[in-house]
Design a binder for this molecule. Structure first.
Ligand code: PLP
Length: 363
């Protein structure tokens, strides 16, 4: 039997990438920039790679309209490593960090963060099953808090901040892993943002960290040198071998983002795609969405079927129809459609048609 057609990939990350980016990446494996060998075989000290790092940083700066007093660094270890590296770099011993707990990933950040000093949960939606974002007016912010950590998009729970919160003089530190470059950012509230690139930018393992000037230079002595923000900045992010191919893929994705009209344009598309899936969910009570409507994520649409017994059937039939990776996060269960920047409209139409049809047959 032949394949039912192209597979649409709704994975939460690593996620779908545009075919044109993958084609360019393939070409780089044969001969990169006329070097006569692939990028994988190039020394990271070569002029071409130095130029690539500069270009990629400039692309990020331009895409986000990032002010000059923020620095861009590339790290290994994924976003999870930053849960520890942030307090090591930004939090003096015994000082207090604030955390807003809105779902699985912010809980993980708190769990790690509290190993390095008092981690004060200033607001939490745990009691309502992480179905919403607590309003900033209800956060218990006190003067002793050095920074307040948030997770603007909760990948596993499907809730998302609808605007950049204002905590006055307390800088926000934000894990933007699953929404980075999907929307414009109002930087005035942020001391640092960081993101693993395996959602909107593609490659795994790489973290982009954007840090405001005045927060640098406070790392604890025990901070590993390769993860010391200030030292990496001083040494042009080349204390150790950078994730060269992942940085190259990020550069290609940023090229692609530009062809799509930049973050403002993809934000409109992301909103519209997620709305069309939520519309199907809300039509009656066959499907359910755990997140309250005001705080739903436009990146990760988490939903379920009222008759939970149908979940496995939904996944099996979806997969047979070329709709892959729709299972919810292992901690949340249910279903999840991730609609990152590179998700084509065609995939979303295929999904909503399938959902309608499934409801007709089993509702
Ligand atoms: C919001 C968020 N933070 C952190 C992580 C962990 O990222 P990594 O696997 O790169 O450590 C993820 C992964 O899905 C995530 O969605």
């Amino acid at each position: 039997m032949g394949s039912p057609g192209p597979t649409h990939n709704f994975a939460a990350g690593p996620a779908t990438m545009p075919p044109e980016v993958l084609e360019r990446a393939r070409a780089s494996l044969v001969d990169w920039r006329g070097l006569g060998h692939s990028l994988l075989e190039a020394p990271f000290t070569c002029d071409e790679f130095r130029a690539l790092m500069d270009t990629t940083r400039n692309q990020i700066r331009t895409a986000l309209a990032l002010p000059d007093h923020y620095h861009i660094l590339f790290f290994q270890g994924g976003a999870s490593a930053q849960f520890s590296l942030i307090p090591l770099n930004l939090l003096p011993p015994h000082a207090t960090a604030g955390y807003v707990e809105t779902g699985h990933w912010s809980a993980r950040a708190i769990e790690e963060g509290q190993r390095y000093g008092p981690a004060l949960v200033v607001a939490s939606s745990r009691d309502t099953g992480f179905d919403r974002i607590p309003p900033v007016s209800q956060w218990t912010l006190t003067e002793k808090i050095r920074y307040c950590h948030i997770t603007p998009n909760e990948t596993a729970n499907g809730v998302q901040f609808q605007s950049d919160p204002d905590c006055g003089s307390i800088p926000l530190v934000a894990d933007m892993t699953s929404e980075f470059l999907s929307r414009p950012i109002d930087f005035q509230h942020y001391g640092m943002i960081y993101a693993g690139t395996q959602k909107n930018l593609g490659p795994t393992g790489l973290v982009i960290a954007i840090i405001r000037d005045d927060l640098l230079g406070n790392a604890r002595p025990e901070t590993p040198t390769v993860f010391n923000y200030q030292l990496q900045l001083e040494q042009h992010n080349r204390i150790n071998t950078p994730l060269m191919f992942a940085i190259y893929l990020t550069h290609l994705m940023l090229d692609w983002l530009e062809t799509q009209g930049g973050v403002k344009a993809v934000h409109i598309r992301n909103r519209s795609q997620s709305q069309s899936v939520y519309r199907v969910i809300d039509e009656d009570d066959f499907y359910r969405c755990p997140a309250i409507s005001e705080h739903r994520s436009i990146m990760n649409v988490c939903f379920g079927i009222k008759d939970a017994h149908l979940t496995q059937r939904f996944l099996a039939e979806a997969s047979a129809s070329g709709l892959a990776n729709l299972a919810g996060h292992s901690h949340s269960g249910g279903l999840r459609a991730s609609l990152y920047n590179a998700q084509p409209d065609l995939a979303v139409t295929a999904l909503t048609s399938f959902m309608d049809d499934f409801r007709r047959r089993y509702g």
